[in-house]
Ligand binder design. Structure first.
Ligand code: HEC
Length: 225
């Protein structure tokens, strides 16, 4: 389960906003004009050279990402729990699962668009396939979780300049496969349920998981400009 209050182990950011505290660098006194010009030119050159200067993502974006993912995570767990308690037919569980997933992709918070997705290294729905940024982070998470790190402590957020020139806040957090997930992602799926899954997802690669293995991640994008 996701806990929005837990600190993140990995928080990195890369963007072009490397702002130096100019007033504390600029000297005062005689000859100041020339030195100021030189320092300014140096700063401009530095800023141009370091277009990947780290700058931290806004804490409110990190919080919004955590809350959005937490909401879906809670709904999925509640759904799984009530299905288990009621002994619901596995195929009905599939319908309930898809109902939770549907309509969770985009959210408007304080006038801003938050895109929420789920992704994995092996996906069921090709539309969820990881992009390069996500794949890179998923590999890190898999390595950490294989080494026994608790996924609740893992999270990465960055401000990224995309090839289109769009600056985006990105956030990603891994999820572990639990026993309830294996009904649909394990290696002994009910044959009728499997038929139904294969019909909906002919390119399904998201089976054969085991409990506690990294099952994928919640991934959030917030366009910034
Ligand atoms: C009732 C069946 C079912 C259960 C139970 C289930 N899943 Fe899924 N899972 C699916 C289906 C169907 C999809 C494809 C959804 C879509 O089209 O986006 C999916 C997709 C995913 C994805 C997105 C990547 C992909 O493969 O497309 C992740 C991550 C994921 N599941 C993790 C989990 C985890 C973790 C659990 C347990 C907490 C779980 N699932 C439980 C059926 C299930």
């Amino acid at each position: 389960m996701i806990d929005e209050t837990r600190p993140a182990v990995f928080v990195r950011s890369i963007d072009g906003e490397g702002r130096h505290p100019v007033s504390s660098i600029l000297p005062s006194g005689p000859g100041r004009g020339r030195i100021v010009r030189t320092v300014l030119l140096l700063l401009i050159a530095l800023t141009a050279a370091c277009d990947r200067t780290p700058s931290p993502p806004a804490p409110e974006d990190v919080l919004a990402a955590r809350q959005s993912a937490l909401r879906i995570d809670r709904e999925l767990h509640l759904m799984a729990l009530s299905s288990l308690e009621n002994g619901t037919d596995a195929r009905q569980v599939l319908t309930a699962y898809l109902t939770v997933i549907e309509g969770t992709h985009s959210l408007a918070v304080a006038g801003r668009r938050i895109e929420i997705g789920r992704t994995a290294l092996r996906v069921r729905n090709p539309a969820n396939a990881a992009d390069d940024w996500e794949r890179d982070k998923l590999e890190i998470f898999r390595f950490a979780m294989d080494g026994g790190v608790d996924p609740a402590t893992l999270e990465i957020s960055e401000v990224v300049d995309e090839a289109t020139g769009q600056r985006v806040f990105r956030w990603i957090k891994p999820v572990a496969m639990e026993e309830t997930c294996l009904t649909c992602h394990g290696d002994s799926i009910d044959p009728q349920l499997l038929d139904q899954i294969e019909e909906l997802y002919p390119a399904d690669e998201a089976t054969g998981y085991f409990s506690l293995e990294m099952g994928g991640a919640y991934s959030v994008r917030i366009p910034l400009n």
